[in-house]
Design a protein around this ligand. Structure first.
Ligand code: 8YV
Length: 315
């Protein structure tokens, strides 16, 4: 029997162990498992004061409207572009995310994709695995990260974690963002200028309407045929048809991608490109980090019900 009378709607579950912890403390309603979601809500909607979801799933805006007493949304993930924050704030609904605990694994993934792309890891793996090495000798030379200019689009906490890894690799850092930051890196308030300056464009900004399709054909053209794109932010930031065309036509040299439009149904056009390294939105996908993210969801709920305060709120 849960110790609290608080009713929580589960739109997307977190880690199993942490779900058990929530079930022991609160009355959970598994909206995610309901076949008929409206019928499921009918008897409980007015009792729901809290909601749990993940960054990938978010919260449908029409669902928020059906929950008259909803006070708090605790989301598993740092990105919250799939939640209508303005509508929540207007209703006085507080929203929390799980920042910082994933910075290292996401930044490691960014560097992993950068090196895998510039050094052709997947091609090399295939060259050895398929027997081509023994038949045809060494694979084609690749290009070094050392001495390259890394243009970071979005120098937030994750962007800075990436920069701190790239500097000791001998890369020069530049960045684009709304505001110049108190850091000793090359700054461009013009994205086209940064792309022209950079050898590698690293996308680490938030998703959402403000950054939708920001990396378009003009930016890719400015980056140039020896340039590379790495994206660990959101697929929505890149104009995907423009990127696929740029990869196919040699407008840019290659890309390393962790995020895509319409996940998990990635555009098959990418699968046909030999000069792209693909990773299925798994930058934070380690047991250690996902457990830490889940613990932040549990702690935010605990703090909310105990004091009405969130540990990591976004509004
Ligand atoms: C997701 C992410 O949380 O944190 C984010 O914003 O995109 C990921 O870490 C993860 O894919 C689960 O939805």
């Amino acid at each position: 029997m849960p110790v609290s009378e608080s009713h929580i709607l589960v739109v997307s579950p977190i880690r199993p162990r942490h779900m058990d912890e929530l079930a022991a403390k609160y009355i959970l309603h598994r909206w995610d498992q309901a076949a008929d979601k409206d019928a499921f809500l009918a008897n409980i909607a007015d009792r729901i004061t809290a909601l749990v979801s993940t960054a990938g799933v978010g919260v449908p805006s029409d669902l928020i409207e059906k929950l008259p007493n909803l006070k708090v949304i605790t989301s598993f993930g740092v990105g919250y572009d799939a939640i209508d924050i303005a509508a929540c704030t207007a209703r006085g609904i507080r929203v929390s995310n799980t920042p910082d605990v994933l910075n290292d694994d996401v930044a490691d993934t960014a560097i992993m994709l950068l090196l895998a792309t510039l050094r052709n890891l997947v091609v090399g793996d295939q060259w050895a695995r398929s027997g081509q090495w023994s038949e045809n000798g060494a694979m084609a030379l690749t290009t070094s990260a050392r001495g390259k200019k890394l243009g970071i689009v979005g120098l937030g906490r994750i962007g800075q974690a990436i920069a701190s890894r790239a500097v000791p690799m001998g890369m020069e850092i530049g960045y684009f963002g709304r505001n110049q930051k108190p850091v000793d890196y090359h700054y461009d308030a013009d994205l086209i200028k940064l792309a022209d300056w950079a050898d590698v464009l690293m996308i680490s900004c938030p998703g959402g309407a403000a950054t939708k399709d920001m990396i378009n054909a003009d930016v890719l053209k400015a980056l140039g045929r020896r340039g590379y794109v790495v994206n660990i932010a959101r697929g929505s930031v890149i104009d995907e048809p423009a990127l696929i065309a740029a990869l196919k036509d040699g407008v840019i040299a290659g890309a390393g991608l962790d995020v895509f439009h319409n996940e998990p149904h990635m555009d098959r056009g990418f699968a046909k490109c030999a000069n792209v390294v693909l990773y299925p939105h798994h930058a934070s996908g380690t047991v250690e980090t996902r457990d830490a993210m889940a613990q932040m969801v549990v702690d935010n709920l605990q703090s909310w019900f105990a004091s009405g305060k969130l540990i990591s709120s976004v509004n």
